[in-house]
Design a protein. Sequence first.
Length: 428
Amino acid sequence: MRANILLVALLSLGCRPAIDDGFTLLFLGRFSAARVGRHSWAADPAHSRLIAFDGDLHVVRTVTNPRLSSPVAVARYPQNRLLITERTGEGVVFDTSGTPVREWESPFPASLYASDGSRIVASRSPYYVLFVGEDGSAPLLWLLDTLGVPYQGLGVIHVPDINYLAELVNAGPAAVADRVVYFAPLVRDEILRLDATGSPKWRSSRGLIPLERDPRFAAGKERRVDHALINIAMTVGPDGRLYVLGGQDSAATRLRLDVLDRETGEIIASRQLGTPTTAIAVDRHGKIRVLDPERLLAQTPTQGRDLFAPAFALPDLAGKTLRLEDYRGKVTLVNFWASWCGPCREEFHRGNLRRCGSRQDACVRYRVPAALPDSGGRRSHEGDISLSRAALLGAARQAGTHHRAHLWLRRRRRIPAPAPNHRERDPC
């Protein structure tokens, strides 16, 4: 009798419907989000942070860290971690507690990363297009290992007549599901499922552009490129379908959402959103919610980028301790430099830090501490540097720990020097 009761109990548990974990956020603004564990994670580049949403789309966590500069997209990294795309193309991996795990340089001039938790793909970023020439030798996409090292190229790029527009022509979002790779070019009206060699298995079109043509420079004195904005972001929803966010018009002043069958490429549904930015969430049954991204972000009010948190207290050259808190409410510039650094010393002699721009709210006028020399070399160099402001002493690691802007500048300096005809755009 007991065995029968136990069997009935087990059968009743097995027949229970799966717990509905609510909605998964797919896109926030114009960027892809990702579900990792029980939460959806999205980037908020305006405030250098990551935001976690529960199934009811309530904010449950925010992450800020010196390693986050301008995060634009989130993908699921192996072991339930977060793979973050920085606007300038670097990849940064975080765990869900907000601890950075690793980072890597972009395999393209600027990359966008996609992953299904096992396979990582890099495409040319549609959010930061660099106008550099290509000869067709680089692949359309790179497959990366978990350290961000490319190990296999997928597909062949199209090199336009103006090869400096190759990055623009071949940029676009990718998506990965069950190790299958999808790609949607930014400026061409097509969505592709790729096979193991990078050749299209199917090709789908929205029918937005009656006649496809390569981008070209517009006539006139102003240097401008004529091109359409078709595919901006793409991901796979919890219902297993492919979701593509793109332009409703050729300039993408209004957005459109298309839902595709991943096996056939058939467009199952389309929705005209009518706004330049959006927030899209989907549940496992395929129910779609379109939300106001500003209202979602308003759940976590912020006072800007919080560049000076956590606050620090450091001694000046006379041994007096100065705290950043002492300058609350004042316009404050903190310049991290080393007394042994030639360019830093040149900067002081030229007086660059004393100049003020046209924007008064960005101006520093001698009234705040604006230097942090390295304590190791100060004795041999401080004599020939005239400091008109307080100089604080600290270890080099404090720059990275306490000032997110320092990391952003460091990353920007790692970008190779531009070619003479180099230009950059942020088309999306």
